[in-house]
Design a protein around this ligand. Structure first.
Ligand SMILES: Nc1ncnc2c1ncn2[C@@H]1O[C@H](COP(=O)(O)OP(=O)(O)OP(=O)(O)O)[C@@H](O)[C@H]1O
Ligand SMILES: [Mg+2]
Length: 254
């Protein structure tokens, strides 16, 4: 098991945003996390990635108890993430943002090995080369020299994904990586996510568009009011009466 949470719980004052959630994610899976607005999806992602500390419960990642660890520890172990609201440097180009992601997120051993074995200019050249490869991998080469602040919403989201790839993650948490995109942008983002998965990265993805999640993911977890109410294959979850009542029956009717 790559990720295992037990009774994971987060209280905000009197509000229980995440309640007793058990998650088990195997290496190689692409898991969809769905649920209505305010269900606790982002909070769960923040807990798993170390950005929030749980009120209760435990998180085991790749055999290590990371429950009380900080995000940089998770990153060093190969856990990457994107954000629901995309952070980037608007005054930098697409390419410069991807380059910056290597400097900002790379772990010490990566730099250590570069410093020991190569001269500084070689290190810079290596980062440029990695960033170039990464940019092409996600399909952003057409907007290479555009300022990130001027990119379309979809391209900004894919840029966030590219930045998360700088640590070469074995596990990637994606919070609405396709939210609010045009058809063309959706295809670009979906294609990039599929490629990341195919190269061996395990993925946990939050997404509102149910048909996209069902098409992309081989395992679905549904939460409502912070509680896991169903999980399984897409077709199992789609047919679950609890899910239909809590989720499909509401404003997100498929
Ligand atoms: N830092 C916080 N302090 C207080 N309450 C919070 C905080 N973060 C989230 N909440 C509350 O916790 C609940 C779960 O929020 P969360 O953002 O995890 O939901 P979500 O499933 O990601 O929703 P959405 O689909 O809108 O992104 C909500 O009621 C929200 O208002
Ligand atoms: Mg959210």
């Amino acid at each position: 098991m790559l990720l295992q949470t037990k009774s994971l719980t987060k209280n905000f004052g009197g509000l229980r945003a995440v309640s007793e959630v058990d998650l088990s994610i195997k290496k190689g899976q692409i898991v969809g996390l769905i649920g209505p607005n305010g269900a606790g999806k982002t909070t769960l992602i923040n807990l798993v990635s170390g950005f929030l500390r749980p009120s209760k419960g435990s998180i085991i990642f790749d055999g290590v108890n990371v429950t009380d660890k900080k995000p940089h520890h998770h990153a060093r172990m190969g856990m990457g993430r994107t954000f629901q609201v995309t952070p980037f440097f608007g005054e930098f180009t697409t390419f410069e943002n991807i380059v910056a992601s290597y400097y900002l997120s790379a772990d010490r051993s990566f730099w250590g090995s570069l410093f020991k074995t190569q001269k500084y200019r070689h290190k810079e050249a290596k980062v440029q080369e990695l960033a170039e490869k990464n940019m092409k991998f996600v399909g952003l080469e057409k907007v290479r020299d555009e300022l990130a602040g001027n990119l379309s919403h979809g391209h900004q989201k894919v840029l966030d994904l590219a930045a998360a790839l700088a640590i070469n993650p074995k596990f990637l948490l994606l919070d609405e990586p396709i939210g609010g995109m045009s058809r063309e942008e959706t295809d670009l983002a979906l294609n990039a996510i599929k490629k990341v998965h195919e190269q061996g990265t395990t993925i946990l993805l939050v997404e509102h568009n149910v048909s996209i999640v069902m098409g992309l993911c081989n395992h679905i977890v549904v939460i409502n009011y912070g509680k896991k109410i169903a999980e399984g294959l897409p077709e199992e979850v789609r047919a679950d009466p609890n899910v239909i009542r809590a989720y499909f029956g509401g404003e997100y009717a498929a």
